[in-house]
Design a protein around this ligand. Structure first.
Ligand code: HH2
Length: 287
């Protein structure tokens, strides 16, 4: 098995003067405050349930919490900014007061990012890589937030219809490079950036598997990689499993991702994936 040999940059600089050491792979726990997310939609809509879920995930070993209020599953409808703010901001405020780990916000809207950072969030996870809202780049630059730049082909309503690539890994790498350069030109220093190939975002099963198995080819970009494989459709396709039956498939994908160099894995099942990550890291370090 090929394992990563290149040492990815190991600091992630965040808003509010915080820094995250990435000298070991970290677990990002997912908190979806949406009615329609593909695997946990509707469960954490009320702020009490959301806060309890965030606290539980930190207790289980989550190193970061990622809060999102707009589902990006294929076919999901866009959420207006006012509704996203209404769902998200009280929960971001409560979670940031309650937990010590950094809070990331999964949004493509500048107004949402700005208010979330104002309430204590330190990372913006932008699945459009700053493309959806031209005002986003300035918010990130001004606040000094950490930034996740993710690749996707198409947007939610259509992205899984017929994704096409010549060389998926090469194209994702070139895209992430371009977006990182754009962010740099706008004043976002590289140590604020983490890159994500966007598993399942305009990619079929073969594309997702190729990205996972060739993940180390993205390390040449010189920034830490984040990967979101948790319970995703390609796992269901390989195994013939429903969403709530994909924990073992997720574990396998997380293990490969970490072995190939991912530094943050975004997951629903924190206890289980924390063990997977720690075990794989221990094996890798023994080389
Ligand atoms: N995947 C999802 C959402 N946000 N962000 C990053 N950086 N990388 C990902 O792979 C990623 C992401 C989709 O998963 P989920 O949040 O569980 O579902 P939904 O979009 O339906 O809320």
């Amino acid at each position: 098995m090929i394992v990563h040999t290149q040492k990815p940059a190991d600091t992630f600089t965040l808003a509010h003067g915080r820094r995250l050491a990435l000298d070991r792979p970290l677990v990002m726990g997912i908190l979806n405050v949406t009615p329609d997310s593909f695997s946990d939609g509707g469960r954490y809509l009320d702020s009490h349930a959301a806060l309890e879920r965030a606290t539980t995930m930190v207790g289980e070993g989550a190193d970061l919490i990622d809060i999102g209020a707009e589902s990006s599953r294929p076919g999901a409808l866009p959420v207006p900014a006012a509704e996203e703010l209404r769902r998200l901001i009280p929960i971001v405020r409560a979670v940031c007061r309650q937990v010590a780990v950094p809070v990331s916000v999964d949004t493509t809207k500048a107004v949402v990012a700005e208010q979330a950072i104002g309430q204590g969030a330190t990372i913006i996870n932008d699945i459009s890589a700053l493309e959806a809202d031209p005002a986003m780049v300035a918010v990130v630059a001004r606040t000094g937030a950490g930034l996740v730049l993710m690749h996707r082909q198409g947007t939610s309503p259509t992205m899984q219809v017929k994704p096409q690539y010549g060389d998926v890994v090469g194209e994702v790498r070139a895209y992430l490079q371009t977006r990182m350069e754009m962010a740099s030109r706008a004043g976002i220093a590289e140590d604020h950036i983490v890159l994500d190939p966007g598993i399942g975002f305009g990619k079929n099963r073969e594309h997702n598997l190729a990205l996972l198995t060739r993940l180390e080819e993205l390390l040449v970009l010189g920034r830490p990689l984040l990967l979101g494989v948790s319970r995703k459709a390609f796992i269901g396709e390989v195994l013939g499993r429903q969403t709530d039956e994909r924990i073992w498939g997720t574990a396998a994908a997380v293990a490969v991702a970490v072995l190939r160099g991912a530094r943050i894995v975004r997951v629903h099942d924190v206890t289980a994936m924390r063990d997977v990550v720690r075990m794989v890291h221990a094996i890798h370090e023994a080389r």
